[in-house]
Design a binder for this molecule. Structure first.
Ligand SMILES: [Zn+2]
Length: 278
């Protein structure tokens, strides 16, 4: 890795170290923050049909995974106030939207891919073609905003998190999953682990660096819900979800896990503070 003239978006330090993944990507690494950034932003057309074809082929499995993910989110959110309103950023072909509708949640998806959104709407799911930073929704509309493997694709992480937080109600949850810069295989192989450094990734975070961005956006980091937090699911889905969680826990222990999840909440107190100010 060579030094570059770029400045870290998180801590402002420079120079950063340049990491070139031949034929794939160039990223600039801040060792203080454990943050890779400034990868090339690909045009939205890159996310059309072919990009989502694989997701559609494995749709049934994706829906089961989505049910398990939502069961964990449900464990952290109070649904006594009525149907949960969920927004998924980067909804792809709608596996999460479908699982949310099954739970009786009101689900809306956004994606930059026209073909992905068409796949959702053809199944009767609500989805809109729009970028992650220009959400056509009122402030505080959603109880849950989730984004699976999206934040590593965005143009500017601060602006993106501000927008995602804006549409979240006070007390609402933001849940993301993203590749983990601390993945031991990525650490060991660096740029040689080509599959890990996808050309369309503009960032690769560690838990620490993404938590820092979240806190800066005014979000409170939540403890991840544990293995017990799976109800209500059918017995088949519960078995699948428990097996998934054990599988990922084992992979984490063995240093094979390539991604991490982050649960965060828009604080309630902010609303109290603004009411007092009004
Ligand atoms: Zn830094």
């Amino acid at each position: 890795m060579n030094e570059t003239t770029k400045t870290c978006q998180l801590c402002g330090s420079s120079p950063l170290r340049r990491m070139e993944v031949p034929g794939a990507n160039v990223l600039h690494f801040c060792s203080r923050c454990d943050l890779y950034q400034f990868g090339a932003l690909v045009p939205n057309e890159a996310y059309e049909s072919a990009y989502h074809a694989g997701y559609d082929r494995h749709r049934a499995r994706k829906v089961r995974t989505a049910r398990a993910r939502l069961a964990r989110i449900a464990a952290l959110i109070d649904d006594r106030r009525g149907a949960i309103r969920m927004l998924e950023i980067g909804c792809s072909v709608g596996a999460t939207l479908q699982a949310a509708e099954e739970r009786g949640w009101e689900a809306h998806g956004v994606d930059v891919s026209r073909s992905a959104v068409a796949a959702c709407t053809s199944r009767g799911l609500q989805a809109t073609v729009v970028g992650a930073c220009e959400l056509p929704f009122d402030d505080g509309r959603f109880d849950v905003v989730c984004a699976w493997h999206v934040i590593e694709h965005v143009e500017e992480v601060r602006r993106t998190l501000r927008e995602w937080t804006r549409v979240l109600r006070p007390g609402g949850l933001l849940v993301i999953e993203t590749p983990d810069a601390e993945c031991p295989k990525a650490r060991r192989l660096g740029a040689r682990y080509r599959k890990f450094w996808a050309p369309e990734h503009t960032y690769t975070f560690s838990r620490r660096s993404l938590e820092a961005f979240f806190r800066e956006a005014g979000l409170e980091i939540e403890r991840e819900p544990g293995i017990g937090a799976l109800a209500p699911l059918t017995w088949t889905d519960r078995g699948y979800a428990a097996a998934q969680q054990l599988y990922h826990r084992l992979r984490r222990t063995l240093g094979l896990e390539k991604a991490f999840q982050l649960f965060a909440r828009r604080p309630m107190s902010e609303a109290i503070a603004s009411r007092r100010a009004a």
